[in-house]
Design a protein around this ligand. Structure first.
Ligand code: CAA
Length: 702
């Protein structure tokens, strides 16, 4: 075996050259990999004893894409294009040996080979759109030539990888093999023995001819793929580039792909999406976690409470293959909870998103009981009852008596003091908050709330549990509302004020939707139920004049058919209601608030800047360890558009100075000193600094 460079080897045996990349963790195509591949291919082609070539990888996966950390840095030759051109021009057959994930540039590399084999559990795809770019090394030109432009546009715009089975059926791969490299060697030997013709993917026309003649089916597929993606640049560029695959000659299609790629990669949207990609992976890292702390293994789980949240959390465990038991107070509540879970799964089966046997397996993993003794034999308990401190304390005192030592005791609280809950036990070290977002079986975010006494193994286990459940865990400190809801509260206050000052719910929501959120703030309030906040306000002695008045009228939102909007005949579509504007005007008059026309710009600022201000406080207090954690919370828990990178990323684009000036103005306008710029934001404004430069906060690391 010849070591070509630190990350590439070449081994020639019985006339077959095996080139292997070894660049942990995911064999990304960093410069040394491209250089090693280019040299290895050149050597294999020059070696007369080599008749066929296999391109494979060591480690846990085939090449998972370009090295994203190199984006934006000076480019070094050879590029991926040169490597792929060298593969494609080879007169000797080349077979890619795929396993793990062949993604982005990894799949593009494989598409430059004459043939591709893959292990049964491999997945292949072009997920570049998720990074705000398009496949820039021929993916948009070669994939359509294998699967047809209609399937290609759906796959590239969604960016979702497909299984080896689908890849085989669609013609992306040629065979499923038991062992990638030996399988690929056997395949290349067969190609040589049978003297199979070496057709380059770029020369294949059979799958694009019909579309070239009549692109109607393609246009329909592109339209379907792009639905709901208005304002996002990369998906439209992906579709255009796939369109070029049949409307332009190959080389011109490649040139256009390159140009689109260069445009996207230098744009703000891609920068934002790459920021979220890395932030998401950073968020689960706990800076002060001592080396060697291992999470406990989670083989059994218990969820206290079978309501909407508890049921959703139980589904998360079942989906991950972990047996889970729901504990309820009565058989009736239990049955109701279990029935709700079944009907939620049944909807997925009806929609074709889940197979019946998969549903049966998941349902079989969910048990229910009213007997608390089940807690004695579990690795993790997640309490998901009403948001009421006295009740939570009572439950945790009970858990403390029954659970075995070391069981992780988690509360799915969304605002309450985790330290107070932990204090109800004799083992506060085992207690954490695990704040799921509704619907718990769907939403990706999991806020893990670290109490003052939460032990490192407990935090590590909670993070591992989040990953096991397919969530994106973000570790937060303990305060009212943690990261997400504390900021949401700020937005809520401004929403209420805007109503009084003259904006209608639909005016505010239109701005939020235009910004890229999937839902407006008022529509979200109606969905969640206005009575929830009303009760909390009554308890705390605070007021929201317009919303309180709506609640007094029994307008709780979607569930009562009326809230900030009207929902006729059970519809979920909000219809603006002039009565709300009238009511707001009356309240404004009573309170002496002058109503005026409010510009879109002001609405946008008031929907974002107070939240950014709160983010600065959260960071300064060490509640969030990094600014990027706050961005992850908002992107995955509240629908902040990923292509806008989260509140702190957005703030950096605007600049702290402009935000501080606007906040000063709004503090004066509203008379709310709480809107005055936070110290950290003022410091950033004074130094011209950015949230991105702060790194791990000192307080959090202390
Ligand atoms: N470049 C650089 N680093 C990468 C990377 C990439 N393409 N993909 C993953 N990593 C890093 C992660 O940041 C992470 O680093 P840390 O351990 O330091 O946090 C590490 O590799 C492991 O990643 P995950 O934690 O995500 O591991 P996983 O096993 O859960 O998932 C994966 C593996 C499915 C490959 C996932 O990492 C992934 O989806 N990666 C991105 C794939 C992708 O988007 N490829 C396209 C790149 S763009 C491109 O190729 C453009 C082109 O056309 C040329």
């Amino acid at each position: 075996m010849v070591q070509i460079n630190a990350v590439t080897t070449l081994e020639v045996k019985d006339g077959i050259a095996v080139i292997a990349v070894n660049n942990p963790p995911v064999n990304a195509l960093s410069h040394p990999v491209r250089e090693g591949l280019f040299t290895a291919i050149t050597q294999a082609l020059a070696d007369d004893s080599v008749h066929g070539i296999v391109l494979g990888c060591e480690g846990r996966t085939f090449v998972a894409g370009a090295d994203i950390t190199e984006f934006g840095k000076p480019f070094k030759q050879p590029g991926l294009h040169e490597v792929i051109d060298a593969l494609e021009a080879s007169p000797k057959p080349i077979v890619a040996a795929i396993f793990g994930t062949a993604l982005g540039g990894g799949l593009e590399l494989a598409l430059g080979c004459h043939f591709r084999v893959a292990s049964a559990d491999a997945r292949v795809g072009l997920p570049e759109v998720k990074l705000g770019i398009l496949p820039g090394a021929g993916g948009t030109q070669r994939l359509p030539r294998l699967v047809g432009p209609e399937k290609a546009v759906a796959m590239i715009v969604a960016g979702t990888p497909v299984t080896a089975k689908i890849a085989l059926a669609d013609g992306i791969i040629d065979e499923i093999v038991a062992d990638p490299i030996p399988g690929a060697v056997a395949f290349v030997q067969k190609v040589l023995a049978e003297q199979k013709p070496l057709v380059k993917v770029r020369d294949r026309e059979d799958k694009i001819l019909a579309t070239r003649e009549n692109p109607a089916a393609f246009e329909a597929a592109a339209k379907a793929a792009l639905k709901k993606l208005a304002g996002v640049e990369a998906p439209a560029a992906c579709a255009q580039s796939v369109r070029n695959s049949f409307s332009l000659p190959f080389d011109e299609g490649m040139k256009a792909e390159r140009e689109l790629f260069m445009q996207l990669i230098s744009g703000e949207q891609s920068l934002a999406q790459r920021h979220i990609f890395f932030s998401e992976r950073e968020a689960a890292k706990v800076p002060d976690m001592p080396a060697g702390v291992k999470p406990a293994s989670l083989k059994k789980a218990v969820v206290i409470g079978g309501g909407t949240m508890g049921g959703g959390i139980a589904m998360c465990f079942a989906n991950a293959g972990v047996p889970v038991t729901i504990v309820e107070t009565t058989d009736e509540f239990l049955q109701k909870g279990l029935d709700r879970i079944k009907s939620t799964y049944a909807v997925s089966v009806e929609r074709g998103a889940l197979k019946q046997d998969a549903m049966d397996k998941r349902v079989a993993l969910i048990a229910g009981t009213t007997d608390w003794n089940v807690i004695a034999d579990t690795d993790i308990v997640i309490e998901a009852v009403f948001e009421e401190m006295a009740l939570k304390k009572e439950i945790f005192a009970k858990l403390d008596k029954i659970a075995k030592p070391g069981t992780l005791l988690a509360s799915n609280t969304s605002t309450l003091d985790v330290d107070a809950i932990a204090a109800a036990t004799s083992r506060p070290g085992d207690v954490v908050g695990m704040h799921f977002f509704s619907p718990a079986n769907v939403m990706k975010l999991l806020e893990i709330v670290r109490g003052e006494k939460s032990s490192f193994p407990s935090i590590a286990t909670a993070v591992a549990a989040g990953k096991l459940l397919g969530k994106i865990p973000v570790v937060a400190g303990n305060c009212d509302g943690f990261i997400g809801n504390r900021m949401l509260h700020r937005r809520g206050t401004e929403c209420e004020r805007l109503l009084l000052e003259g904006a209608a719910p639909q005016d505010v929501d239109a701005v939020i939707l235009k910004f890229g959120f999937p839902m407006g703030a008022f529509a979200m309030g109606d969905l969640a139920g206005l009575d929830v906040g009303w009760r909390i306000r009554k308890h705390r002695g605070t007021k929201a004049p317009v919303t309180d008045a709506l609640c007094e009228l029994g307008r709780y939102g979607q569930k009562t058919g009326k809230g900030y909007y009207i929902y006729e005949n059970g519809s979920r579509t909000p219809t603006p209601d002039p009565e709300v504007t009238k009511l707001a005007a009356e309240k404004a008059e009573a309170l002496g608030v002058k109503r005026r026309n409010i510009t879109e710009q002001e609405i946008l600022e008031r929907m974002t800047y107070p939240m950014i201000n709160e983010a600065a406080k959260i960071l300064d207090e060490g509640i969030a360890v990094r600014a990027s954690d706050i961005d992850v919370v908002w992107a995955y828990g509240y629908g902040w558009p990923v292509w806008r990178g989260g509140p702190c990323f957005y703030a950096d684009l605007i600049g702290a100075k402009a935000i501080c000036d606007a906040l000063e103005h709004y503090a004066e306008l509203t008379g709310d000193a709480g809107l005055k710029p936070a110290k950290l934001l003022l410091d950033l404004a004074a130094s011209g600094g950015k949230f991105a430069d702060i790194g791990v906060t000192k307080k959090a690391a202390a």
